[in-house]
Design a protein around this ligand. Sequence first.
Ligand SMILES: CC(C)(COP(=O)(O)OP(=O)(O)OC[C@H]1O[C@@H](n2cnc3c(N)ncnc32)[C@H](O)[C@@H]1OP(=O)(O)O)[C@@H](O)C(=O)NCCC(=O)NCCS
Length: 368
Amino acid sequence: MVACATDTLLSERDRGCRRENRGTAVTEPGRKGYYLVRHLFPATGTHEGGAVKEASQNISIRPLDEGDLPEAGAILRRAFATQFGMPPDTFWADRDFVTGRWVTNPSLAFGAWIEDRLVGSSLGTSWGSLGVFGPISTHPDTWNRGIARLLIPPVLERLTELGARHLAFFTIAESTKHIALYQRFGFWPRFLTAIMTRPVDSNEIVGESVRYSAIADADQAHWLDACRTLTIEVRDGLDLTTEIRTAHTHGHGDSVFLTDGSRVQAVALCEYGPKSPAGAGSCLIRFAAVHPGSDTEMPFVRLLTACERLAADQGLKQVVACVNASRPKAYRHLLATGFRAQRNGVTMHRPNEDAYSQSAAFVLDDLR
Ligand SMILES: CC(C)(COP(=O)(O)OP(=O)(O)OC[C@H]1O[C@@H](n2cnc3c(N)ncnc32)[C@H](O)[C@@H]1OP(=O)(O)O)[C@@H](O)C(=O)NCCC(=O)NCCS
């Protein structure tokens, strides 16, 4: 018989209460106002005297502390290396997908422990009315034992508490496991999304742009307000200001603004360096948008050039941009200007709707 408390973080279905082959799930109050899920399930069988002996193990889900981040990062690298068939000890040693997300909002980072061993993590980023889920990873030794199913709901719930009315992320399009896992939580695969790269041409000429890192402390709030005014035109409630600020203060990126009179006409948040997910030598455009009222490609061209200039000034060799096939003008522009796809994925959405208004043609977003 499965015992499920009523006042819990996870829904009955999400806690796996009906999965009797996975044992019993109970909940209890956890730290920071969250609930732990204690999920008893059979450990991998061990052979003793020819007989398979099974032991039960506790799994708990709770917020990640700062001290957990190195191990969470190591598990993430091992998980993706295994996923992609790469050597686990060296894969993605040049990047960090965990710390920057945690620093931006630690309440959106959760870990899973078997007994006292961390075995996985899930994180999210709040862009106001848009919640970005991920990355999630579990140790390959524990795959297909229900741990991701426990790690997903706390992040989704927290994103919703922070104002998300739409949830989205990027995943591996060819993985039937990934698509099926997320569909259980109401996500639907929508558009092919290409991760594209182009070598930096340091001779590019740049027009007028403003970098967040160059704005005086006293003026930063004003610029962030102007940026928010732009992004809410792209999508009602869209707000990247926390991530823009944190990329600068944590030292994993910078943002560029184009202006049109007194308003911000376009913005791009770029991530780079070992504290970022970009990888050595790369400038990753995490998000870029031109005001939806702009009727020509020109501001988009200028915005990409400003990103490239930033990359060149940082000594980086390539720009990485993610473009969604639902925005053909931006996609075609990248193709026409020498960007080449390195990997295709798919964005999944809950509800099954476009994240941005259809008129927002010139948007790049890395939802990993
Ligand atoms: C993706 C990942 C987080 C899943 O973690 P996990 O702990 O193995 O996931 P769970 O066991 O909770 O759920 C997996 C489900 O998919 C099912 N599944 C496995 N292979 C499947 C397949 N080929 N088709 C459909 N479903 C499949 C499993 O049976 C399980 O469902 P069940 O709980 O009903 O049995 C983990 O594989 C991982 O870390 N991968 C590498 C990193 C990565 O890809 N992260 C996600 C990027 S978006």
